[in-house]
Design a binder for this molecule. Structure first.
Ligand SMILES: [Fe+2]
Length: 538
């Protein structure tokens, strides 16, 4: 049965490669370079790769029927390169599954992932037909879910047509719900590309906070520390591809307004390539931010969303790129969903659209961003219905900790106009009533730890010693082209720590059922700049 599926996969891929993907070409963006006309056709039966040792040990032995791997010289074939995986990303799918996603410049008729418990024996295969793009994208997003895995177990995997010497990676499935083994996650928000298309050691007039020469970036520090983390949460504003406009207007990069979609994709690709080492090793769970839709930097200068092709609005790219566990949690696309790891229930919510109750989200039509990105779901109460049902169903005996993550904050030292009061109206009471322990956000480009706060910002008198109210932390200082935002003083009475001068990210260590520790880490030095331990009598 399995081998029959493999033979079928082989046949489909061989046909696609032999035909040069003719049926797919029409969907490739116009600006994408055409293949050189003199390339020889890709052989229908590629020879097997020779047995030699790479970074991950011996080349995996492929099961019979899997498309044969090309010999090294043929990796230079541009046609094959268009099918090779890049920008690999992972997401938990329960404790017995893992969503594996990756990008290819052409459509894969049958996306497939080989996997096994050792790098030399990738003897299982999972497939799908999920290879999608949008009409200005420079790549296809391929999604496959590996299921029937063992919880808390390490697996090796290789997306089809990946280089067996370079592209075999590993992941560990989630700790089962109720497992009280301590673990640590990293949390970032507002993290964009680093280098010539993003944050670098120089800025033009109009931007601020360049890196020092040789400064370790947040992406580099996360990579250096990735083995410490169970998984990573990115609470919105992910690639900052919409900053192409600001970067062109300020003269930071060359380009024209007409070239917007192409520049957008260049930044997108650079960011996800920079993140590949991290996102292919750890589950990477995302929330939607305002910069994850639109192409106009939220209306930079006098440019409006009218300059954006439709495909860059409505969170289309964001929802195609990632594959969060919404289908198994009752959520919606990558906008809202939940998942459990060990003793923690995580719920990711959408502050941009679909607030329900007649409320207009910032990115909804008529919202404060003057955008046209939402609402996205029907009925209009879909997100709130999900949150109420999801939070009511949490078994605190199994997952005593409940963490909620959404992009925009409503408590921090910032201009009043920068606080998402409509989000507060939508979510605050629900989170208080449900006993949410920790609310994570970003959006403002600094890091702030507020106290546990009850309704309308009432300071919980217990502080970190068994408060009833959620602890609010905004961690938006990861770094991107635009630098950091100054916190507005005087700080509110509930403000306990503010960093608006150094780039960094958060970690949250769940020690046991009753104690967690939040830390803010300097990306440049790795030094912990703030540490706070929350005690809850669960
Ligand atoms: Fe934002």
């Amino acid at each position: 049965m399995v081998f029959a599926r493999m033979r079928s996969l082989c046949a489909v891929l061989a046909v696609a490669l032999t035909l040069g993907g003719e049926g797919v070409l029409a969907l490739v963006p116009a600006f994408k370079p055409a293949l050189p006309p003199t390339l020889p056709p890709v052989p229908a039966n590629l020879p097997s790769a020779p047995a030699h040792t790479g970074a991950h040990g011996a080349v995996p032995a492929l099961p019979a029927g899997i498309p044969a791997l090309p010999a090294p010289p043929q990796w230079a074939d541009a046609r094959l390169n268009d099918y090779r995986p890049s920008k690999v990303r992972l997401a938990y799918r329960g404790d017995t599954g893992m969503a594996v996603s990756w990008s290819t410049h052409r459509q894969l008729p049958v996306p497939a992932v080989l996997y096994g418990k050792t790098p030399a024996a990738l003897t299982s295969i999972a497939t799908s037909t999920n290879s999608v793009t949008y009409n200005t994208s420079s790549y296809y997003s391929n999604h496959v879910v590996l299921d029937h895995l063992e919880p808390g177990t390490k697996y090796y995997y290789l997306p089809i047509l990946g280089d067996p010497l370079r592209d075999v990676r590993s992941f560990t499935t989630a700790k089962p719900r109720g497992d009280e083994t301590p673990y640590t996650i990293a949390v970032v928000a507002d993290l964009g590309t680093m280098g010539s298309l993003g944050l670098s050691d120089h800025v033009p007039p109009g931007a601020a906070n360049p890196l020092s020469t040789g400064e370790v970036t947040t992406i580099e520090r996360l990579g250096m520390n990735k083995n410490r983390f169970d998984h990573i949460m990115h609470v919105g504003d992910i690639a900052y591809a919409d900053y192409w406009l600001k970067e062109v207007v300020l003269g930071y990069i060359n380009g024209t307004i007409a070239a917007g979609p192409e520049l957008y994709e260049q930044i997108n690709e650079e960011f996800y390539d920079e993140m590949n080492d991290i996102t292919s090793s750890l589950p990477y769970h995302v929330a939607a931010g305002n910069h994850d839709s639109n192409c106009d930097n939220s209306g930079y200068k006098n440019y409006t969303e009218a300059i954006c092709p439709p495909a860059l609005t409505g969170f289309i790219g964001y929802n195609q790129h990632w594959n969060m566990p919404s289908s198994v949690s009752g959520g919606f696309k990558n906008m809202w969903y939940s998942y459990d790891v060990g003793m923690v229930h995580y719920v990711v919510f959408d502050t941009e659209t679909d607030l329900g109750e007649g409320l207009v989200g910032p990115e909804d039509v008529g919202g404060s961003s003057h955008a046209t990105d939402g609402p996205l779901a029907t009925p209009s109460s879909a997100q709130m219905d999900f949150l109420k049902k999801d939070l009511a169903a949490v078994d605190r005996s199994k997952t005593p900790w409940v963490v909620a993550a959404g992009h925009r904050p409503w408590y921090m030292a910032a201009k009043a106009s920068s606080l998402c009061t409509v989000c507060q109206t939508a979510f605050e009471q629900l989170f208080n009533d449900a006993g949410v322990d920790l609310v994570l956000s970003g959006h403002q480009h600094n890091m702030q730890r507020s106290g546990p706060l009850g309704p309308k910002g009432a300071i919980d008198a217990n502080g970190l010693n068994n408060p009833k109210a959620p602890l609010y932390i905004t961690t938006g200082a990861a770094g991107h082209f635009d630098g950091l935002d100054a916190a507005v003083s005087p700080y509110p009475a509930y403000s306990h720590f503010v960093n608006d001068t150094l780039y960094g990210f958060s970690t949250v260590a769940f020690h046991n059922r009753t104690h967690l520790t939040h830390e803010f880490v300097s990306s440049a030095t790795g030094v912990v700049l703030d540490s706070a331990t929350l005690y809850k009598q669960h």
